[in-house]
Write a protein that binds this ligand. Structure first.
Ligand code: HEC
Ligand code: HEC
Ligand code: HEC
Ligand code: HEC
Ligand code: HEC
Ligand code: HEC
Ligand code: HEC
Ligand code: HEC
Ligand code: HEC
Ligand code: HEC
Ligand code: HEC
Ligand code: HEC
Length: 274
């Protein structure tokens, strides 16, 4: 039988179909479609915190949920938590050794969705020595720093490198970097004062500013040398010219002069032309 609608209602029906995209026929089609697994974005609608943790701090764990979670949402009382969630050992060996402490992954990596960012400093401070033997050994020796815990300095996050000036406001040397200070003060044992031949001239000049600026402007031949090349072996050592130059002039020539400096001036700033 032929039903004849007025033209306007045909147009209206067509518009309705276009805008809603569904009809009674399509509704019944749903049950003939395959059920697709939820996507990561769909999981995120309910587990938004997990999603943002992964997005902002996931690091190498920034993967789709199902890479890790194969089974979930089985709310049976009989299942333990371990049976509901993946185990680290599904994918990892024991990267830090198999001792009981080092096997309790979540004690330190406290959020599986932010495994590095969630490293909990306060919890694992007693265990720093397990991975950093040398600094721990040095810290055990008596010094002005040995009352401090590792995280008094290495605070905020694992691997944080403090600046000396966070605590020593006005060091005697102009501050460039902790590494500069550590040329003389090994930070994990400050009772030791190092004196090596690689200390930079600017570090000495922090206390000996005249010698420092003289040498910088002085005769190139000496200005190219390290303070510690001449003042070798220990702090305060003073060389003689002859240690390096023997006797370049005849005894006759030197007669009547007050040593080498009488003609050459200051070793940090040799007179020009000499
Ligand atoms: C409609 C909301 C909703 C969606 C979508 C959803 N979940 Fe859940 N999920 C929950 C609720 C509610 C719980 C139980 C509440 C709780 O324990 O915090 C839960 C618990 C979990 C747990 C805890 C362990 C367990 O099985 O009880 C995991 C893992 C999990 N969901 C993973 C996922 C993954 C993966 C997806 C996407 C594939 C997903 N969820 C999608 C609501 C949702
Ligand atoms: C790299 C593997 C990995 C990925 C990727 C991952 N998870 Fe997890 N998830 C885990 C592990 C391991 C646990 C168990 C942590 C625990 O026991 O505290 C867990 C626990 C959970 C829990 C329960 C505890 C909690 O933190 O709320 C939920 C819910 C969850 N995951 C949802 C998700 C969702 C949603 C996604 C994707 C957006 C996702 N996970 C991606 C490994 C992963
Ligand atoms: C489904 C597999 C899977 C599971 C489960 C899993 N991981 Fe991972 N994880 C990976 C992969 C893949 C990488 C990247 C490659 C690598 O470093 O081994 C990774 C990397 C890491 C990293 C380095 C992260 C970075 O950004 O550099 C840490 C830390 C880590 N995982 C800890 C854990 C801990 C702790 C658990 C348990 C709570 C866990 N993982 C569970 C697969 C997994
Ligand atoms: C005592 C604390 C602690 C425990 C326990 C611990 N980790 Fe770690 N983990 C760390 C620290 C600290 C790092 C170094 C992070 C970095 O490189 O900045 C690390 C790094 C990692 C890395 C990335 C670098 C690498 O060595 O490959 C992975 C993967 C990892 N841990 C997995 C695990 C797993 C799996 C477990 C349990 C079997 C575990 N961790 C237990 C503290 C711990
Ligand atoms: C599970 C082993 C592990 C533990 C526990 C651990 N670390 Fe580390 N740490 C590492 C690894 C791996 C590195 C990276 C080494 C590298 O890059 O040379 C590192 C690097 C560092 C660095 C240097 C970062 C840089 O820029 O080179 C500092 C500082 C540090 N850790 C301090 C600590 C302190 C403090 C603790 C205790 C709260 C601690 N670590 C506990 C493994 C560990
Ligand atoms: C008084 C502050 C202070 C304390 C306390 C301290 N450190 Fe350090 N640590 C530093 C400074 C400063 C550096 C060098 C930073 C740089 O190079 O910029 C450093 C460097 C490191 C490094 C990097 C490796 C290296 O030798 O360059 C590791 C690892 C480290 N410390 C571990 C520890 C551990 C473990 C403890 C506790 C046993 C500890 N530190 C206690 C200040 C401290
Ligand atoms: C988190 C704070 C902190 C940081 C960072 C720190 N120190 Fe100290 N330092 C102290 C404290 C506290 C003392 C003991 C009290 C004092 O003398 O001021 C001290 C004492 C010292 C002393 C005196 C030793 C003595 O026997 O009188 C030296 C030298 C020193 N620190 C050098 C350094 C150097 C170099 C660095 C950086 C590489 C550094 N400190 C980083 C807190 C810090
Ligand atoms: C060239 C070697 C050298 C360098 C580099 C150096 N110092 Fe010193 N520092 C010394 C000497 C020498 C003393 C005096 C020690 C004494 O009196 O026993 C000293 C003393 C100190 C003291 C204790 C006395 C005081 O002034 O409070 C602190 C703290 C200190 N230095 C911090 C620093 C810091 C921070 C740096 C980096 C900016 C630094 N030092 C760089 C050699 C050095
Ligand atoms: C070429 C070798 C040489 C170099 C390089 C050198 N000195 Fe000297 N310095 C001497 C000699 C030699 C004396 C002995 C004084 C004299 O004969 O007039 C001396 C004396 C000193 C004195 C004590 C007398 C005075 O002038 O205050 C200080 C302090 C000193 N030097 C610091 C430094 C510092 C700091 C540097 C680096 C910036 C430096 N020196 C580089 C050779 C050198
Ligand atoms: C913390 C400050 C400080 C630093 C850094 C420092 N000195 Fe000194 N230095 C002194 C003090 C204080 C004396 C003893 C007082 C004096 O005679 O000027 C001294 C003495 C000397 C003397 C002997 C001076 C004389 O007349 O007997 C020489 C040479 C010297 N220092 C060289 C150096 C060199 C080279 C460096 C860098 C490796 C250096 N100093 C770093 C503070 C410092
Ligand atoms: C630790 C070694 C050392 C000491 C001490 C030292 N010098 Fe030198 N001097 C050198 C070196 C190295 C040169 C550059 C190479 C060369 O000409 O032998 C140099 C260069 C010179 C030159 C310039 C040579 C030229 O070719 O222009 C003169 C002049 C000189 N020194 C004078 C002195 C006097 C004067 C003293 C003592 C006050 C002194 N030196 C102490 C190592 C030293
Ligand atoms: C009477 C002034 C006078 C005295 C004293 C003197 N010198 Fe010289 N010296 C000179 C002159 C001028 C030259 C440049 C000569 C030339 O161009 O060959 C010179 C050149 C040098 C040179 C560079 C040329 C070479 O032969 O290597 C050195 C090094 C040197 N003197 C070291 C010394 C030492 C060390 C003493 C002390 C033992 C000393 N001088 C004492 C005047 C003097």
């Amino acid at each position: 039988m032929k039903v004849c609608l007025p033209l306007t209602s045909c147009v209206l029906t067509l518009l309705f179909l276009l805008t809603t995209g569904s009809t009674a026929c399509a509704d019944s089609d749903i049950f003939s479609q395959p059920v697709e697994p939820m996507t990561t974005l769909e999981c995120a609608r309910c587990h938004e915190q997990v999603f943002t943790d992964l997005r902002d701090h996931g690091g190498a764990h920034k993967m789709v949920c199902r890479d890790c979670h194969e089974t979930f949402h089985n709310f049976s009382q009989k299942l333990t938590w371990q049976q509901r969630v993946p185990a680290c050992s599904n994918c990892h060996d024991y990267p830090h050794g198999e001792s009981a402490t080092m096997s309790a992954c979540l004690d330190c990596h406290s959020n599986a969705h932010a495994p590095v960012a969630s490293l909990n400093l306060a919890v694992f401070e007693p265990l720093c020595a397990q991975c950093h033997e040398q600094p721990a050994k040095e810290m055990a020796l008596p010094s002005a720093h040995s009352d401090m815990g590792c995280i008094d300095c290495h605070q905020q996050r694992h691997g944080y490198r403090p600046k000396c000036t966070e605590c020593h406001e006005q060091p005697h040397s102009p501050f460039v970097s902790s590494r500069d200070c550590m040329q003389c003060h090994p930070v994990h044992n400050v009772s030791v004062l190092l004196y090596t031949d690689s200390i930079s001239n600017s570090a000495c000049a922090g206390c000996h500013d005249k010698a420092g600026s003289d040498l910088q402007q002085g005769h190139l031949a000496h200005a190219l040398l390290n303070c510690t090349f001449c003042h070798a072996a220990e702090h305060g050592a003073i060389p003689t010219c002859q240690d390096c130059h023997d006797t370049p002039h005849s005894a006759d020539m030197l007669k009547g002069f007050d040593g080498c400096n009488g003609c050459h001036g200051n070793p940090h700033n040799l007179l020009p032309g000499s």
